[in-house]
Write a protein that binds this ligand. Structure first.
Ligand SMILES: Cc1cc2nc3c(=O)[nH]c(=O)nc-3n(C[C@H](O)[C@H](O)[C@H](O)COP(=O)(O)O)c2cc1C
Length: 382
């Protein structure tokens, strides 16, 4: 019997990528890869979700091949994986496990930029990379005072060489994604990390070719996308995650109007992005006044490319609220399906619900009850 949520179980194609359904595991940092190398526990973690019908897994953030990429960020990150050297063969075991379960898997390429605390990570002597040497305004950040104290001193703004080296690092890591048999590549350009820190005037005060108006602020991201595209060829899907909110300020906005969003996403789309992952706290929040459409809907409308919505699917509270208020696992797929049916977005990203219950998709289809939400699971994911 046809059900309104059937649309979520329809296959989806994007260049070489063929997905069995529309459910995507959102990227979530795990801190379980000592030396940057994912082990059998990482493979088992992703395999378990693929075995339970998750269509596409986007991995935890993976450091690009540059010594400044990783360190302890605002959440004290450690043991974050990389995708070069011995890690390539280790990831090949992870991708094989997911493929054997009929799933697809794409790495999220990450450079932490100025969010990284200096003196931390695999290359602590390396300075953190910031477009203008500033972390950004601290007044609105909801973060531990010791972290803010450590990241507040300005650093040397990125040089032309730093910029060129890091763009090349993205390209190398993207090529390695193909070598490890991933099904595409996802670029983290959200949340105030390096690429987003070029987009946002709160962290980019440059007045050269990499800063100023929105066209110049988007240029670093566009050059990363073009370099990645050149490295992987025309048929390998490239996903880009963007957000309005930043770790520095949850209320920050890169785009105040749809026109500004078009100026940001248009060049990224032309540079080679195949699908936009619009990172929001709640996927139903209207992105702009005058319409109930969310950010993923606007990305699709303005670029003509497919998009993915995320934020609160399977849960009754958003990420930040879940730290302070009781949170429940819920089945809200009727709302997701209705918006997908009207063409707002193509894929449904799920974060926390898939940490709490690897079988969430299977259970939702069978109308079974879910594992309970447990805040402590963020730190001990299996
Ligand atoms: C423990 C944890 C780690 C996360 N790590 C990342 C990350 O590495 N990269 C990223 O882009 N987003 C990260 N996120 C954000 C999620 O991908 C997702 O966008 C967010 O949790 C909202 O979706 P949800 O409401 O379904 O959980 C993380 C979220 C959580 C809970």
């Amino acid at each position: 019997m046809a059900s309104p949520i059937d649309i979520l179980f329809q296959p989806f194609g994007l260049k070489n990528l063929k997905l069995r359904n529309r459910f995507v595991m959102s990227p979530m940092t795990r801190n379980f890869s000592p030396g940057g190398i994912p082990g059998e526990n990482v493979a088992a973690y992703y395999r378990r979700r693929a075995a339970a019908d998750v269509g596409l897994i986007i991995t935890e953030g993976i450091g690009v091949d540059h010594p400044s990429a990783l360190g302890a960020g605002s959440m004290g990150e450690r043991d974050v994986p990389v995708l070069h050297g011995d890690a390539v063969a280790a990831w090949a075991k992870v991708t094989a496990g997911v493929h054997a379960q009929g799933g697809a898997i794409i790495p999220q390429l990450w450079h932490m930029g100025g969010i990284r605390r200096s003196g931390t990570g695999p290359f602590p002597q390396y300075p953190s990379m910031r477009p203008s040497g500033i972390w950004g305004p601290t007044e609105k950040a909801i973060l531990p005072p010791d972290y803010l104290h450590e990241v507040s001193p300005p650093t040397t703004p990125m040089s032309e060489n730093d910029i060129a080296d890091i763009i090349a690092a993205y390209a190398r890591s993207a090529a390695n994604a193909q070598a490890a048999d991933f099904d595409g590549v996802a670029i983290h350009a959200a949340h105030g990390y390096l690429i987003d820190s070029f987009f946002w005037p709160g962290t980019n005060l440059r007045d050269d070719a990499w800063g100023g108006d929105i066209t110049r602020r988007v240029r670093f991201g566009v050059e990363v996308v073009k370099a990645v595209r050149a490295a992987v060829g025309p048929n390998f899907p490239v996903i880009l995650r963007f957000s309005q909110w930043k770790i520095q300020d949850y209320d920050a906005r890169n785009a105040q109007t749809p026109d500004e969003l078009a100026s940001l996403l248009g060049p990224l789309s032309e540079g080679g992005v195949d699908l936009f992952d619009a990172s929001t706290r709640k996927f139903t929040t209207p992105a702009f006044a005058g319409s109930d459409m969310g950010l993923a809907g606007w990305a699709k409308k303005l670029t003509g490319k497919p998009s993915m919505a995320v934020g609160g699917i399977g849960l009754d509270k958003d990420l930040q609220t879940s730290f302070v208020e009781e949170t429940r696992m819920v089945n809200n797929l009727d709302v997701v399906a209705a918006r997908m049916a009207r063409g707002e977005f193509d894929l449904a990203g799920m974060g926390r619900a898939l940490i709490m219950d690897p079988e969430w998709v299977l259970k939702a289809r069978r109308s079974e009850s879910f594992q309970p939400f447990r805040l402590q699971a963020y730190g001990a994911l299996d």
